[in-house]
Write a protein that binds this ligand. Structure first.
Ligand SMILES: [Zn+2]
Length: 147
């Protein structure tokens, strides 16, 4: 760090952000990366741009088919060092909102399954299914009629 280095202290109350920061190996690095990405505005690949917790959770689920919610919570808790009770809200729900995870109530248990990303036809990036509209608007200034 140069003598130009400055310290900032920020207050964060969003439990999702707090959970992600608590789980990070290097909080400062995570925040620097996020700010850099915001300034540059061009995360090269939306899947690469996933938060660490979400990426780790997704990678655990990927290729496993449907697993029970309890099993997913226990294993993802170990992988991400999140509290097991926080896995659903901090990892599975954000992934579900991006369309990368499907939570399916079945007869005796709740099943969780990874959904593959879709490829943007314009730039070839892998994009979470439900983020494609946002991606196209942000990266390609497109307004789509189907949304
Ligand atoms: Zn694109």
């Amino acid at each position: 760090m140069s003598s130009e280095s400055k310290r900032y202290s920020v207050e964060i109350s969003d439990p999702e952000l707090v959970g992600a920061l608590e789980a990070a190996d290097n909080r400062s690095e995570m925040i620097r990366d996020a700010v850099r990405q915001l300034i540059n505005g061009d995360a090269p690949n939306e899947m690469d741009g996933l938060e660490e917790t979400h990426r780790v959770a997704y990678e655990w689920l990927e290729g496993r088919g449907a697993v029970s919610l309890g099993e997913a919570e226990s294993s993802i808790a170990v992988q991400t060092q999140l509290n097991k009770d926080l896995v659903r809200i901090s990892a599975l729900e954000p992934l579900e909102q991006m369309g990368l995870v499907k939570v399916m109530p079945s007869m005796s248990t709740v099943l969780v399954k990874a959904i593959p990303p879709v490829e943007c036809f314009a730039c070839g990036d892998d994009v979470p299914p439900d983020k494609l509209g946002d991606h196209r608007r942000a990266e390609h200034r497109e307004v789509s009629a189907d949304e």
